[in-house]
Design a protein around this ligand. Sequence first.
Ligand SMILES: [Zn+2]
Length: 345
Amino acid sequence: MRATLMYEAGDVRVETVPDSVVEQPTDALVRVTASCICGSDLHPYHSMPAGSGPARMGHEFIGVVEDVGRDVATLAEGDLVVAPFAISDGTCRFCREGLHTSCEHGGFWDGLATEGGQAELVRVPLADGTLVALPVAPDSDLVPSLLTLSDVYGTGWHAAVRGGVAPGRTVTVIGDGAVGLLAVLSARQLGAEQVILMGRHRARTDLGREFGATDVVAERGDEGVERVRELTGGHGTHVVLEAVGHRPAYEQAFGVVRPGGTISRVGVPQYSEAPVGFTSLFGGNVTLTGGPAPTRAYIEQLLPAVLDGSVQPGRVFDRTIGLDEVPDGYRAMDAREALKVLVSP
Ligand SMILES: [Zn+2]
């Protein structure tokens, strides 16, 4: 089978590897019909040290179940399924609390040496807990939107939920990537009154407006903070959803959060040290939250509006490529020629 491997920063290849097969009784084998490249895949694309690879890539996919282990109870050959970016059993104490990313028996695709979504086949561990069957055909027009349930829509939704977005709240979203734009959509779905999108790529912020952003701020740093304050009577917003992951975005977040407010981070932090003192969080009684989104917890909740077309999160995909073109897909996303690339193996 063909699969995507990253050897080091900037070096992505599609190669022939041994076919994935069912190994454990709780596994399912899925033939991928749609996958994609994630903004978070660009972090190793920038920083992966030479000699540490190759790593299998891809953690968002939809596919058809081709084989199941003998203990798999809820799925059968031929089912179309969506896989969240984390593997989970669905039964441990954290899964029962809706925090599937902390599953006691699960893990992340990015932690598996021999599986990945940017490939033809994937062995899915803990298939009953991890996968969700979809009531559509593999060639449905809804597939791009359904694919966002793997990660980017669920992640934007998680940011908004952790941030406590509710009717009447004001929200700033930092970042105009797919997660930021879907955080805008999620904040509006949860009733936010004002949603300020901070981003400087016009085509993306225009889509953000269509997803419900009430204001767009293109400036960054102190200038951007000043602009958000002007738009909010000088106070900042109740909630800040940070969907970038670099420290300047965090600094922007505590610059625009209102006293008593909440910063919810879902951009994977590329830093380990940042201010938490009086002038950043403490002085304003600001709450800092966020983390990897348990997208599995949200799929059933988000699915109906995707299926009936009342939301179209799949609009974040602006390019579709074949599996062999994946290296160019990374390049295009890195160069910001593409917002999010769908891979059709
Ligand atoms: Zn669990």
